[in-house]
Design a protein around this ligand. Structure first.
Ligand SMILES: Nc1ncnc2c1ncn2[C@@H]1O[C@H](COP(=O)(O)OP(=O)(O)OP(=O)(O)O)[C@@H](O)[C@H]1O
Length: 733
């Protein structure tokens, strides 16, 4: 497959923001240049800041000229210290009009005739609008030739094509270059594996009746008929006892991949379902059911699972598609395939997570054409609805429009309110698996909130928040890191150590095994380091939310966004402005933002409070949650840390719990509960310590009443004393 995006550094996250040169040996000479663009001296770069026509007049080869034009745009901005202007749909349209390229406005994409194919004769009625340009990113995709790439790549192609007076351009000449040997080998191996699994799996019609019944019972699809399973091409792979869902290319109907759904019984009698895909999930872009839908069909029900799509199709006769990664994301690469539908009904599942995902996905798909099915007792996920004998057609008909006006009445809100009341646990958000105490106090991690995190310098803020975010990421929370202080390699090393829960330096033979697993996490890093402009960072975050459905962004730390702002302005005002911007982003993008802010300088022996956060009160006012890493000066165990939840807008519960640091695995865990002693120490001017207090508390047992409610952070500050204690040896019990 030809992929122009390799030109700008494959695998480089958030391209265009400081990407790493990649495989220059594969490039045509003129492309070579762009890889070394960052290596040009500023003087040289400036000297090329000339408009495109200037370069053409000087008879540079067009693409070279284009390259320098691009340098112009990028470079001019960095010199002016001005953030890159995000691409708008107006920019794209203006460019296409200027180049006389016809297009029409779709829901998520602009549709244009493919420049990679010879145009059909005018008026023949066969004009093929198979080039899709994403309205948000400018990323293009030709459905006929499968060429894809960035907006800049497309502009290059158009310029070269027009300059050479051609009516089309061959992707092989301009964009294409073969994948590396390694990539080719990997792809070939994957395809062999796909073929192997597919050819050794058995169609349902070839299985004995008893086998079919057993399989259907195992996968809770008793009501799905053999005819439906056959229609969707589902097979059974005996060696792993898995259902096999095929991925057929819409282009030539060739087999491109498979998804295996396996069921395994746990000790307690529960059945656990797991999914595996070949190729791996990040490149598995199957819209299951697509080959069954004709090009003229204008309505579709979008589900989160293959068995749900089959249930909808069987029960309603409506066309239905399943998203390859369920509710976790809707990759923009799939959007062109959904452009033909005037009406999209999202029925992603029967829980709150699916409901939230359907609201977010409908923004990408275009609110006006989307309607949503609200989960509830009578509206479970489609396969369950089928199993319960519900009327699926009626449920689809009762879907509600995704678009809403700015003013609503309680009548429109009452179902939402009911949903929140009826699903208290799900509304509380994702639970941490490593920090049960956080679940107890904060209740969970919710989308759209702003968490402010502070702690003394060098106390382990980055290390703690790394594990805090990793825990969520391991549960499918799509995570984006903005680490401005430590570089991504060091951060990834910390996270990998926490993931493996061991010192990998001493177990290098296990590195690949852990790295392979770690690679599968929905984890992304911004490529920024050092001082950054807030607008650039926000644009990048916005971009990432669109591309990867990011639902948690961590910014370490806010001080790195302050440096580039106008110093003549009051720095507190600048900080407030930045906090306001992150707050707005979290709410508007339905994305949780965790913001690390340094504390103001305090006396060493003082506990931090909400008011200790650097700057004005804006940070704690805007935050939904305030977390403080407390570093207590204990005689018996200096350096003991605790995590204090000082504000919790969700339900007001606040509290504090001890953390035990494991230096080998860089992890924090909650010490075993019990009778605990606390000994505080005072550090005098000579740095010697003096024991000032010893208390013995019965640590809150499971039966203990809930932590004190404190609706305002002020109340918390007043009662910020540590509630956890250690035994005589300094160990928490
Ligand atoms: N609880 C702890 N006890 C002892 N050492 C720790 C603890 N937590 C982290 N460390 C170690 O302390 C060092 C600094 O940690 P980290 O960078 O996470 O601190 P920080 O608070 O983010 O620092 P800064 O204030 O510079 O941003 C690291 O080497 C880390 O492994």
């Amino acid at each position: 497959m030809w992929r122009s995006r390799f030109l700008r550094g494959a695998g480089c996250l958030l391209q265009g923001t400081g990407c790493i040169p990649c495989k220059p040996s594969h490039l045509p000479p003129w492309r070579y240049l762009s890889f070394y663009q960052p290596c040009l001296s500023p003087v040289l770069q400036r000297s090329f800041r000339a408009p495109a026509w200037y370069c053409f007049e000087n008879r540079l080869r067009p693409a070279v000229a284009l390259y320098f034009c691009r340098t112009l745009r990028k470079d001019a901005k960095s010199i002016m210290d001005f953030p890159a202007q995000p691409l708008t749909v107006t920019d794209i349209k203006q460019y296409l009009r200027y180049k006389d390229i016809p297009f029409y406005d779709g829901y998520s994409c602009l549709h244009a005739p493919s420049i990679f194919m010879e145009p059909a004769p005018e008026g023949s009625g066969k004009e093929n609008y198979s080039l899709f340009i994403d309205k948000t990113t400018g990323q293009f995709q030709c459905k006929e030739t499968l060429v894809e790439g960035s907006w800049e790549d497309l502009q290059d192609c158009i310029e070269v094509m027009l300059n050479e007076n051609q009516t089309s351009i061959s992707p092989n000449v301009l964009l294409g270059f073969p994948e590396s040997m390694e990539e080719q080998e990997e792809r070939e191996m994957e395809m062999k594996e796909v073929q192997r699994i597919w050819s050794s799996s058995v169609p349902f019609s070839d299985l004995l009746d008893e086998e079919v019944q057993l399989i259907k019972t195992m996968f809770l699809i008793g009501k799905l008929t053999n005819a439906t399973l056959k229609k969707f091409g589902v097979r059974f792979f005996k060696p792993t006892k898995s259902l096999v869902f095929p991925w057929f290319s819409g282009h030539d109907s060739g087999l491109r991949g498979v998804k295996l759904l396996s069921a395994a019984a746990k000790g307690d009698g529960q059945v656990v379902y797991t999914e595996a895909t070949v190729p791996k999930i990040s490149s598995y872009h199957n819209l299951f059911g697509l080959p069954l839908i004709g090009r003229k069909v204008g309505e579709v029900v979008l589900t989160g699972r293959e068995i749900d799509s089959m249930a909808v199709s069987q029960a309603t006769g409506l066309p239905s598609l399943a998203l390859p990664r369920g509710v976790s994301c809707l990759p923009p690469i799939l959007l062109p395939y959904l452009e033909q539908f005037k009406k999209v009904t999202l029925w992603l599942g029967g829980d709150m997570r699916s409901w939230e995902a359907s609201k977010i996905f409908s923004r990408k798909l275009g609110l006006k054409r989307c309607s949503l099915i609200r989960p509830g007792d009578f509206q479970p996920c489609p396969s369950e609805a089928l199993a319960q004998g519900r009327n699926l057609a009626r449920i689809v008909k009762a879907s509600i429009p995704a678009a809403h006006t700015s003013i609503v009445s309680f009548k429109q809100l009452r179902e939402d309110v009911y949903g929140e009341l009826a699903n208290v646990e799900q509304v509380a958000g994702i639970q941490w698996s490593r920090f049960p105490e956080l679940n107890r106090i904060l209740k969970g991690h919710r989308k759209g909130e702003l968490t402010v995190f502070t702690g003394p310098t060098g106390s382990g803020k980055t290390t703690f928040i790394s594990e805090f975010a990793l825990d969520l990421c391991m549960q499918g929370v799509n995570t984006l890191w903005g680490s401005f202080e430590i570089n991504n390699v060091r951060l990834a090393k910390i996270m990998l150590t926490q993931f493996a829960k061991q010192r990998l330096e001493e177990n290098l033979d296990q590195y690949d095994m852990w790295a392979d697993k770690f690679e599968d996490l929905p984890l992304y890093f911004m490529t920024f380091h050092g001082q950054q402009n807030i607008k650039t960072v926000l644009d990048t975050m916005q971009h990432a939310v669109y591309l990867y459905d990011i639902s948690h962004v961590i910014i370490d730390n806010l001080q790195f966004m302050m440096g580039q702002e106008n110093l003549s302005v009051d720095k507190f005002a600048v900080q407030d402005h930045i906090i306001g911007a992150f707050r707005k982003f979290a709410t508007n993008s339905c994305c949780h933002v965790t913001l690390i802010i340094h504390p103001r300088k305090e006396e060493d022996d003082k506990e931090l409070q909400t008011a200790s956060i650097f700057g004005t009160a804006k940070a704690s006012q805007e935050a939904d949650n305030v977390l403080i890493l407390q570093e207590k000066k204990l005689v018996t165990c200096p350096g003991r840390r605790s995590l204090q939840v000082a504000k919790n807008r969700f339900d007001g519960d606040v509290g504090i719990f001890p953390l035990e640091f494991n230096k080998a695995s860089l992890t924090f865990s909650t010490p075993v509960k019990g009778k605990q002693k606390l000994r505080k120490v005072k550090v005098d001017k000579n740095n010697s310590t003096e024991e000032i207090e010893e208390t013995e508390l019965k640590e809150k047992s499971e039966k203990a009443p809930k932590p004190a409610k404190a609706k305002t952070s002020k109340t918390v500050q007043g009662s910020a004393a540590l509630k956890n204690t250690t035994d005589g040896e300094g160990n928490y019990q």
